[in-house]
Design a protein around this ligand. Structure first.
Ligand SMILES: Nc1ncnc2c1ncn2[C@@H]1O[C@H](COP(=O)(O)OP(=O)(O)O)[C@@H](O)[C@H]1O
Ligand SMILES: Nc1ccn([C@@H]2O[C@H](COP(=O)(O)OP(=O)(O)O)[C@@H](O)[C@H]2O)c(=O)n1
Length: 230
């Protein structure tokens, strides 16, 4: 069957990567975590001293943006891991600090331009499931299937908090909720590619939907769309 591209967008911590990875596994497609790419840029900027919790040296980051090479590799556990210039940074990029840094660097036009260029190249041959904020609107506006996920901020913060706790990261639920709310606000109000539901995206509020049910729902949507395209 002819492969398609699938865009999964939505708010922070609502299950985008869970549904995207599930679809990729079922379909034999490639999963790409575009958020990990923004997180890697933030880590790069922090490490080089071009970013603090309150400032960004935009000129320095812009000058060095082409030195950032981001790739993904599958670990023996089957987990996909993010590499920054050849170094496995998967664990480091998942902190709340780097999540917030990602949301801050993602407001910069030159950062988005470079990452969107790389993401579009990854989707050229189709067969890609990519999750993020602007996949259905900017990266793959022609994606045959677009999913937009939502859930209440409290539900999302609880999920992320439990995930970080399981990894042994010392955070509180309140900090996690504040991080989710701050990023939602910045991601939806920035001038460069703000988080929006594409007009042709199918929305799912998964506040009361299990992981198994949401994957089944997504597979049903995939089957419906691909039958229409045949
Ligand atoms: N429908 C769901 N119900 C409960 N927990 C979920 C659901 N979908 C995802 N999760 C969990 O929520 C957390 C965040 O999911 P993730 O896919 O990483 O979100 P995102 O990619 O949107 O940030 C993970 O721990 C994941 O297992
Ligand atoms: N396509 C994308 C993906 C992420 N991002 C930014 O990167 C940040 C981190 O994205 P993420 O997908 O890893 O975040 P979570 O939803 O996993 O918490 C977001 O808060 C966005 O600001 C973006 O602007 N565009």
């Amino acid at each position: 069957m002819k492969k398609i591209n699938i865009a999964v967008d939505g708010f922070s911590s609502c299950g985008k990567s869970t549904i995207a990875k599930g679809l990729a596994k079922e379909l034999g497609y490639t999963y790409i975590d575009s958020g990990a790419m923004y997180r890697a840029v933030a880590l790069f900027a922090y490490r080089n001293g071009w970013m603090t919790d309150t400032t960004i040296d935009e000129a320095a980051l812009q000058k060095h943006i082409s030195e950032i090479v981001i790739s993904f590799e599958t670990a023996p556990t089957g987990q996909q891991e993010t590499y920054l210039n050849g170094e496995n940074v998967e664990r480091e990029i998942r902190s709340l600090e780097i999540g917030n840094g990602a949301s801050r660097v993602s407001t910069l036009g030159f950062v988005r331009k470079e990452l969107v260029r790389q993401q579009q190249a990854m989707g050229k041959k189709k067969g890609v499931v990519m999750d993020g904020r602007d996949i259905g609107t900017v990266v793959f506006p022609d994606a045959e299937l677009k999913i937009f996920l939502t859930a209440s901020p409290e539900v999302r913060a609880r999920r992320r908090f439990e995930e970080l706790q399981a990894k042994g990261t010392p955070v509180s639920y309140e900090e996690t909720l504040a991080n989710v709310i701050e990023r939602d606000e910045r991601d939806t109000t920035r001038s460069e590619s703000p988080l929006r539901k594409a007009p042709d995206a199918i929305e799912l509020d998964n506040s009361n939907v299990t992981i198994t049910e949401q994957l089944q729902w997504a597979m049903d949507m995939f089957n419906k769309i691909t039958t229409q395209h045949e």
